[in-house]
Design a protein around this ligand. Sequence first.
Ligand code: ADP
Ligand code: MG
Length: 720
Amino acid sequence: MARTRTQNVHAAQWSPNGGSLGTTDLTAPGAQIFGSNVFSPIVQRQRLPKAVHKRLQQCLETGKPLDAELADAVASAMKEWAMEKGATHFTHWFQPLTGSTAEKHDSFFAPTGDGTAIADFSGKELIQGEPDASSFPTGGIRQTFEARGYTAWDPTSPAFILENPNGALLCIPTAFASWTGEALDTKIPLLRSMDALSKSAVAALKLLGDDDCARVFTTVGPEQEYFLIDERYYFERPDLVTTGRTLFGAKPPKGHELDDHYFGSIPERVLAFMLEAEQELAKLGVPIKTRHNEVAPAQYEVAPIFENTNVGVDHQQLTMQVLQNVARRYGLVCLIHEKPFAGVNGSGKHNNWSMGTDRGGNLLDPGDTPHENLVFLFFCTAVIAAVNSHQALLRASVASSGQDHRLGANEAPPAIISIFLGAELEKVYEAIETGSGDAATPQSYLGLGTSVLPRLPLHGGDRNRTSPFAFTGNKFEFRAAGSSQSLGLPNTVLNTIAAEAIDEMRKGVEARVQDGASVEEAVLAAVKQAWTANKAIVFNGDGYSEEWHAEAEGRGLKNLRTTPDALPALVDEQTVEVFSAYDVLSERELESRYEVLVEQYATSLNIEAETAAQIARTQLLPAAVQHLARLNAAGSSTGLDALKQEVTTLIDAFVQAIHTLEERNAGHPPGADALAEATYMRDEVVPAMDAVREVADRLERIVSDDLWPLPKYSEILFIK
Ligand code: ADP
Ligand code: MG
């Protein structure tokens, strides 16, 4: 008898507030909850002696390291606060190159020798940890004989407490480096890139007449898409458990054609999950603002209010973690893979990105005054130039095996990087370029010696979902990031290439001012020049269309469809140059990231292939054979014989396809380098996997439902 799969599961048993596992009081008013588990600047002010607080602030502002005495004082206050909140352990919470987060827990308690223990947590322990780095990918930076890695406290991202029903953990956001000082994580380069961008932007603002700005921050507001499915289905799908996506599954009779999910109300159990997840995130200081259904059935989205990029990226990691933890309290599993279900929309993560000044201004906000508009045009143009010059690098920053199902496959957005500006803003640029325009365009205000800019049009509400990089009113939205991805690398890239383009623009303006132009004239001339040189990247049409692919090629834009195509841009000459010029990543650090990503790609495909072969052989093939046995036992007739023939033919094809998959997955090219290995996986193993799936999905449609061992899409996606 075949293993019976869950039939007709209705919403699993769940109790409000997630039963016994929930730690959140869902009735507590939001204001009291928000940030209650964060050692925030306010808590620091309350808890630290005045002099200590002041010295800490000075260190944070100037970026100077803390001395031992100051560190001890901060550690002591932090420990006291954490223990009052029930914390027994602390961890240096860091983000290795795996793309997720890592923790090693240490107890606050130290034995005293007389059989008792005291709570101890020194400044040294706060500032530095020394985890064994050997279990984290380093892309060749760390040899085994230098296995030590160092974690160093990042005081610009506040410490927080992760609750568990049986205790609590103080998490100290940290950077992770090798003993030679090379970054082994995603945080260090991100912080360096923020410094680089700040320097460039402050210098540019000074030239534009803004002398008071001391620091420019980049901001990020990531929109996270995910699927929620019943955990009973999840555990009956070894492919989901092992690889995060279904390797088999015929398209359901009903997809998202009816749009009933997107516009529908949120199911009760799902809403209960969302409310609790948001409360948990609120305690951690993650400012969640919106939630809604997404296009695909069982797909949802959550988005916070934007924050400083360093904090926002940390919070994004926490968001993924909390979503997955809280889902389980409701008998659900949260899938953050880019493509859990073939034939159904995948999940992305929109990286909303802008630059803000220390006085709260947004440099990508057109604003109300001519001066604000000038600043806007300057920075917006720099971003356009940066994206055009480094298209391939941006594409590489979001490459992974999961992403290959979306970017190269005409699913939002395409692998070709282009920028959507909206018709109005594009008109402004065209007017600046041609120096002429009618009354309907801003150019009528620009010519004839007056360089006063008009009020620039605000976001026209145009929503081009097919653009990978869209201007949306007061920010750019980098939409090509994957749902499971850390946003560390994409933002590091954005900040660094923007810094370079800002410097280039500034130099152009400076040269013109030296030649006697006014700042306004000089900016407009520099904008015009950069626009003309980079406008090929701007495209307002349908990014999925065949015509665009042809046109993009004509424009010389890159179309790097798969991960092995895209990743080499991480280490090409242009990339190495910009990253070293801005001290963000050395060539060795870049190479290490490249190696890790290439290896991750090959490894995850290898695991997928093995899982697919195993499921096919041990679950699906036996079901098909049993189905055939039933047909054989049913006797003979024209109809029955035709059915038997159909099944037999498919079984033969299936066995053949499984053999091919097994052979290819075992037969790696000898002595191949990492990229050749990745390319082999893409060209030989993935098609073999697809071939197995194709037959399996046909079998799924004809094998008796009670024999089919895997829950079907129609169940997984529609039972909420
Ligand atoms: P959408 O129409 O795409 O939903 P929203 O205005 O709701 O646009 O914003 C989406 C995301 O963009 C939110 O996470 C929001 O915080 C973020 N966002 C808004 N302004 C900025 C900014 N200046 N910098 C970075 N992210 C921003
Ligand atoms: Mg969006």
